[in-house]
Design a protein. Structure first.
Lengths: 60, 462
């Protein structure tokens, strides 16, 4: 994602979640989000079968 | 300073009336008064409560009643544990506005039921989202071996208070390494039990999928005493196991020569300073471990732990981020806001990967009983240090302190962080076992201690 499009994304999600992001915080939020998405991409790239269950546990 | 008595020594002396619980408590309170100005590890000292509890223990001894294995032992807890009468601040400014807790955390109740005496609550990184032990509101807890260095986080006060000899036992939490990192930096023993082993009831959470609680001590024997006292089911924690109490103290001295010990290779041998390499090599040599095993996809496991942590943390704090963003540590706030923006399918994939990874690692444990890995890639950095240089590459400190702990806690494996007393600063090694085999990790730690390879050095900086 380019810097411009990630900024647009941050603005849109902040609005959807009713979060205020002051201009002074935006570079740090962007930089943290870039790290988080890089980490998430590493997981996303790993192919798992459709039948995979998440680790979260629930017992009825 | 004189060497403080161990928890086991205090309890034995109290039970045999050679020392009163009140004397043991006053000694701890005096050490706190003397050293907390420098170490800044305590945020609350519960002196009145401690004296009342110690008096009750002494009365029980005088009446000939049976007292527990922790009779008169002072201890302290990370300030995310509920302590009756205190607001559970969890390292934050915001939580100071919470009403005082009406009841102690389960683990405090269980330690006190065995005679232990709570003397206070301990400094920590804000909302446990930290590896440094620094805190913007309360100031940093400091390393007892060099107060210009980090205690490690997020249970920094726990590491500093036990490493500094202020209390023999402290409790902390570990989501991605927050027991093992301060243990390593402060040169003490820390146990991160199997996920679900110890109740988290009435502690302030961070990441429900990954949160663990556990003890710190200056010896394996004390660590096991505290651990044994805290085990058992608890309906107040949905993740707490129904397994019965499985005491380890009677097993500590069992022979370990039949155990298969291996060194974690690949990912766990990258990005490490020579001190971490030396510490693992000393432990491996003492255990005659020559085999190296590859924990599959460890880098991806760390990434998945990161994703789950930042998103669950964001969900936990969403209302506070909306209403009081300026009252957070800005660094924590900006990480959490970013966490709120990670698309949901990526979080689900991280949880699915977690199950896959768990199955692979359990396969590995069919061929090995113990895996050794660095607890931290380096000894304690300087307070405020932002980067370090490794192999000519400048790397951010905060992001790299927990690289070797995250892939392990991600699937809840039990770990004892054992201190290797290198000079001038100690460093820890992770002794990792299969789920529910805390006994194995503790037996190995005990053997290393008896061999003199692992030891909590006296505080070198106070």
């Amino acid at each position: 994602m380019s810097t411009g499009s990630i900024d647009d994304y941050i603005t849109a999600v902040a609005k959807a979640l009713n979060l205020t992001i002051e201009d002074a915080w935006r570079p740090a939020v962007r930089s943290n989000l870039e790290v988080s998405l890089r980490m998430a991409r590493l997981v996303d790239e790993f192919k798992l079968p459709d039948e995979s269950e998440p680790a979260s546990v629930f017992s009825a | 300073m004189t060497t403080p008595l161990s928890a086991a020594e205090i309890a034995k002396a109290v039970a045999s009336r050679k020392l009163s619980a009140l004397e043991a408590t006053e000694t701890a309170l005096a050490r706190i008064a003397q050293h907390n100005g420098l170490l800044n590890c305590f945020t609350d000292v519960t002196a009145d409560r401690a004296r009342a509890k110690a008096g009750a223990v002494d009365a029980a001894v005088a009446a000939g009643q049976k007292v527990g294995p922790l009779a008169g032992v002072p201890f302290a807890v990370k300030n995310l544990f509920d302590v009756k009468g205190l607001s559970t601040r969890a390292g934050s400014r915001i939580n100071r506005d919470l009403a005082p807790s009406l009841r102690d955390a389960t683990l405090i109740e269980r330690l006190e039921a065995q005679g232990a005496v709570l003397v206070g609550a301990l400094n920590m990184g804000e909302y446990a989202y930290d590896f440094t032990g620094e805190n913007i509101h309360d100031g940093p807890s400091r390393n007892p071996h060099d107060p210009t260095r980090m205690s490690g986080g997020s249970s920094g006060g726990s590491g500093s208070s036990v490493g500094g000899g202020l209390v023999p036992i402290a409790l902390g939490s570990d989501t991605n390494g927050s027991i093992r990192v301060p243990s390593s930096f402060c040169g003490i023993f820390g146990l991160k039990p199997t996920y679900g082993r110890l109740s988290r009831a009435r502690s302030f959470p961070f990441v429900a999928s990954l949160d663990h609680l556990g003890p710190f001590a200056r010896s394996t024997g004390d660590l096991a005493l505290a651990y044994d006292a805290m085990q058992g089911p608890d309906a107040d924690d949905a993740a707490c196991t129904m397994r019965p109490v499985e005491p380890v103290t009677p097993l500590l001295a069992q022979d370990i020569s039949g155990l298969r010990v291996a060194i974690a290779g690949g990912y766990f041998q990258n990005n490490v300073f020579p001190e971490a390499v030396e510490a693992v090599a000393r432990v491996a040599k003492a255990l005659n471990a020559t085999r190296t095993v590859e924990i599959p996809e460890a880098a991806r496991a760390r990434a998945a732990a990161y994703v789950i942590s930042t998103t669950e943390g964001a969900s936990l704090h969403l209302d506070r981020l909306r209403k009081r963003p300026n009252d957070f540590d800005p660094a924590v706030r900006d990480r959490l806001i970013a966490g709120a923006m990670v698309p949901a399918p990526l979080v689900d994939r991280a949880q699915k990967f977690r199950r896959w990874y768990r199955a692979r690692v359990l396969e590995l444990f069919k061929t090995v009983d113990v895996i050794l890995a660095p607890a931290t890639p380096c000894v304690a950095p300087k307070l405020g240090q932002v980067t370090f240089t490794l192999d000519g590459v400048e790397l951010p400190v905060r992001a790299n302190i927990g690289i070797h702990t995250q892939p392990i806690s991600f699937i809840g494996l039990p770990v004892v962080a054992v201190p290797v007393p290198l000079e001038p600063m100690p460093i820890g090694v992770q002794v990792i076992a299969a789920p529910w085999r805390e006994d194995i990790a503790l037996r190995v730690a005990y053997a290393l201690e008896k061999m003199g390879v692992a030891a909590a050095p006296g505080p070198r900086g106070i």
